[in-house]
Design a binder for this molecule. Structure first.
Ligand code: ADP
Length: 605
C-alpha cells in the first residue's frame, strides 16, 4: 500500500477548525445531527443518481451508528453515494460555500452570538472536531470505479490521504472523542441524541452499542407526508431546526397536503430571525424539492418569489417528472401553479398573524419587512395583497411605533378624497417634524412616516392601494393651491425679488397656506425623483439633471416679513440663507455649510 500523502487545509478551513476546536459552539451535541444529515444526503444523492445511471446498484439504504465504548469512538456509516479521493479533497479540505469570508468577518467574539451564526452557516462536517481528537473518513464512490480513500486529521494544519481496499460504496466517519467530551459515549445519551436528531430522517437509522445487535431507532415516515393531526409542535420545530440550522423555533409553520388535479405536500416555515446573509445575492435560497419522496435538490428557488426568500421548507410533488433539472423547473406549468399556491399560503398566514398577534407581527416586520417591500415590484399582479401586510410609522402615533397599515389608514380616514399621504425622510424625527406635513397635522389628517431607503421607490411603484392614491407630501400636487388670499401687489413683488436671487437654484417661488410653523419649504414636481430615489439612482451610477424645486414661502411667517423689509446685499444673503434652511429640512446639506453657519451666527448675535 502506498504511503499516506499529507495535505494542508485551505486557510479559511483552518480558521473554521480553530473556531470549532476552541469551542465557540456551546451546543456541541449537534455534531451528531450534522453527520447524520450528511449521511442522509449521501443516501438521497445515490437514489437520485441511480434514476439516471442504471449501472448503479444498491441494497437497502440505511445509516448505521456504532458506539465503540472501549476505544471511545463513535462511527457514523452510510451506504450512500460516497466520495472519490478528489471529492474528499474538494469537499472536506476546502470550504466552497459562498459567503464564508463574510461569515468569518461577522464573528464578534461573543460566544452566544457567534454560535448562532455558526448554526446558520451550517459548518456541518467540521463540527465533529468540537468533540474529537481525531477524525477518520473512509469513503468509496458509488459513481466511479476508483478505489476507496482513507482521510485522517486531528483538526490541525493538515490531513492525510491513503488508498484503501475497502470495496463497498458509502462513507464511514470515525470520531475519536477527546478527553473533555467522553460523556458522549454514554449509551442513554447517544440514544437520546439519535432519537432527537433522526426522527425526520427518511432512511432507517440503526444503532449498535458495543457487541449488541443492531436496533432501528427511527420510524422513517417523512414528516411532511404525515397528517397534520399526527405531528406535534416539537416535531415540526425540530425538523425546522434540522433544515434551517437555526437554533430558534420557527415563527410560523405552514403544512398542507394537496390532493386532486395536482398532488403535492408542503411544509414551510417562517423563521423568527433573519439569517445574516439575507442581503447577499449569492446566498442559496429556496425549498428542498422532493418528487414522490425522492430527494431531488436543495435550494429549489422556483417555488416562491424572491420577496419571500426567508421562507424555509420542503415541497414534495407527485406529478413532476423525476428527472427534472433546474432549467425544466423554470418553465414547468406545474411548478408555476405550486408557486402561486404557496405564495398565497405564506401571505395568508402572515395576514392572520398580523391580525391575531400584532406584537409578534411587528417582530416579524423588524426582521423581514424590508424584504417584503420588494414584493409589489416583483409581482405587480398581487401588489395589493402584499401591501396589505405593510406597516408604518404614522402621525397618529405618539412616537416611532411601526404599526399602521394602509387598511388602518383607510378605516380612520375622514375625507372622501381617497388619498393616503406619506412623508419620506432620513429619520423618524425628520419626517415627524417635516414642514411638508404641518398643515396636514393641523387638519388632523394622518401621514405615514417612511424612513427605509427603498420606501420612495416602493410607494412610487405601488402608486395606489385599493383605489386610494398614494401621495408624497414633498411633491407639488399636494400643495399646488396658491395662497391667493394674501397675494397682493407687495407679495408679487417680493416673489419677483426672491426669484431674481435664487433663479439658478429653483424653478420658481410660490406662496402657500400649507405651511404653518415653517417659513419656507422646497417642493418637487410629481414627476421628478425625490431625495431618496435620487440617492439610489446616483449610487447606481446614473447621472441625473440637477433638480429645480419650487420654493414655497409662508407669507405669515416672521422671517418672511423680515425678508420683505430688507434690501440689496442683505436681502440676497437672507434669501440664500432661507434656501439652505429649506434644504436642511429636506435632510440635505447646504452647498457651502460654513458660509451658512457664518450667516447664522450673524443673525443670532
Ligand atoms: P454541507 O453538508 O453543509 O455541504 P459539510 O461540511 O458537512 O457541509 O460537507 C461538505 C461536503 O462533503 C458535502 O456537501 C458533501 O458533498 C460531502 N460529504 C459530507 N459527508 C458526506 C457523506 N457521508 N457522504 C458523501 N459525501 C459527504
Amino acid at each position: 500500500m502506498a504511503k499516506p500523502k499529507t495535505r494542508q487545509f485551505q486557510t479559511e478551513t483552518k480558521k473554521l477548525l480553530q473556531l470549532m476546536i476552541h469551542s465557540l459552539y456551546s451546543n456541541k451535541e449537534i455534531f451528531l445531527r450534522e453527520l447524520i444529515s450528511n449521511a442522509s444526503d449521501a443516501l438521497d444523492k445515490l437514489r437520485f443518481e441511480s434514476l439516471q445511471n442504471k449501472k448503479i446498484k444498491f441494497d437497502d439504504l440505511s445509516i448505521k451508528i456504532i458506539v465503540d465504548k472501549e476505544n471511545k469512538c463513535i462511527i457514523v456509516r452510510d451506504n450512500g453515494i460516497g466520495m472519490s479521493e478528489s471529492e474528499l479533497i474538494e469537499n472536506i479540505g476546502t470550504i466552497a460555500k459562498s459567503g464564508t469570508s463574510s461569515f468569518l468577518e461577522k464573528l464578534t467574539g461573543n460566544k452566544k452570538k457567534d454560535s448562532q451564526l455558526i448554526g446558520q452557516f451550517g459548518v456541518g462536517f467540521y463540527s465533529s472536531f468540537m468533540v474529537a481528537d481525531k477524525v477518520e473518513v473512509l469513503s468509496k464512490s458509488a459513481v466511479d470505479s476508483s478505489s476507496a480513500t482513507l482521510w485522517k486529521s486531528d483538526g490541525g494544519e493538515s490531513y492525510t490521504l491513503e488508498k484503501s481496499d475497502h470495496s463497498e460504496h458509502g462513507t464511514s466517519i470515525v470520531i475519536k472523542l477527546n478527553k473533555d467530551n467522553e460523556e458522549f459515549i454514554d449509551e442513554s445519551r447517544i440514544r437520546f441524541l439519535i432519537n432527537k436528531y433522526s426522527e425526520y430522517i427518511n432512511f432507517p437509522i440503526n444503532v449498535q452499542i458495543g457487541d449488541k445487535d443492531e436496533e432501528r431507532v427511527n420510524n422513517n415516515e417523512a414528516i411532511w407526508l404525515k397528517s397534520k393531526r399526527s405531528v406535534k409542535k416539537d416535531e415540526y420545530d425540530e425538523f425546522y431546526k434540522y433544515i434551517s440550522h437555526d437554533f430558534n423555533e420557527p415563527l410560523l409553520t405552514i403544512h398542507n397536503k394537496v390532493e386532486g388535479k395536482q398532488e403535492y405536500s408542503n411544509l414551510l416555515y417562517i423563521p423568527k430571525k433573519s439569517p445574516f446573509d439575507i442581503w447577499n445575492r449569492d446566498t442559496p435560497k429556496g425549498l428542498k424539492l422532493y418528487i414522490q419522496r425522492v430527494f431531488i435538490m436543495d435550494d429549489a428557488s422556483h417555488f416562491l418569489p424572491l420577496y419571500l426568500r426567508f421562507v424555509k421548507g420542503v415541497v414534495d410533488s407527485n406529478d413532476l417528472p423525476l428527472n427534472v433539472s433546474r432549467e425544466i423547473l423554470q418553465d414547468h406549468p406545474l411548478v408555476h401553479s405550486i408557486k402561486t399556491a404557496l405564495t398565497k399560503r405564506v401571505i395568508d398566514s402572515l395576514r392572520k398573524l398580523k391580525k391575531d398577534d400584532p406584537s409578534q407581527y411587528s417582530e416579524f416586520w423588524n426582521e423581514f419587512g424590508l424584504v417584503l417591500k420588494e414584493g409589489p415590484a416583483e409581482e405587480p399582479s398581487s401588489k395589493d395583497d402584499i401591501a396589505e401586510l405593510f406597516i408604518f410609522s404614522s402621525t397618529v402615533n405618539e412616537n416611532n411605533q411601526i404599526n399602521r397599515s394602509f387598511d388602518d389608514y383607510i378605516a380612520s380616514c375622514k375625507s372622501d378624497d381617497k388619498k393616503i399621504f406619506y412623508c419620506i425622510g432620513e429619520t423618524y424625527e425628520a419626517c415627524a417634524n417635516s414642514p411638508h406635513i404641518e398643515s396636514l397635522k393641523k387638519a388632523n389628517t394622518e401621514v405615514l412616516l417612511l424612513t427605509d431607503r427603498i420606501d420612495e421607490w416602493l410607494m412610487t411603484s405601488l402608486a395606489e392601494y385599493k383605489g386610494y392614491e398614494l401621495v408624497n407630501v414633498a411633491k407639488t400636487d399636494v400643495d399646488s393651491e396658491p395662497d391667493t388670499e394674501t397675494l397682493n401687489k407687495d407679495s408679487i413683488e417680493l416673489i419677483k425679488r426672491i426669484e431674481k436671487v435664487l433663479g439658478a437654484d429653483i424653478e420658481k417661488v410660490a406662496t402657500s397656506s400649507r405651511l404653518v410653523d415653517s417659513a419656507v419649504r422646497l417642493v418637487i414636481s410629481k414627476f421628478e425623483p425625490g431625495i431618496q430615489m435620487r440617492k439610489i439612482l446616483e449610487s447606481a451610477g446614473q447621472s441625473l439633471p440637477e433638480s429645480k424645486p419650487l420654493f414655497e414661502i409662508n407669507l405669515k411667517h416672521k422671517l418672511i416679513k423680515k425678508l420683505k423689509s430688507m434690501k440689496g446685499k442683505e436681502f440676497s444673503n437672507f434669501c440664500k440663507f432661507l434656501f439652505d434652511y429649506a434644504v436642511i429640512a429636506e435632510g440635505g446639506s447646504p452647498k457651502d455649510p460654513s458660509k451658512y453657519l457664518r450667516q447664522l451666527d450673524k443673525y443670532l448675535l
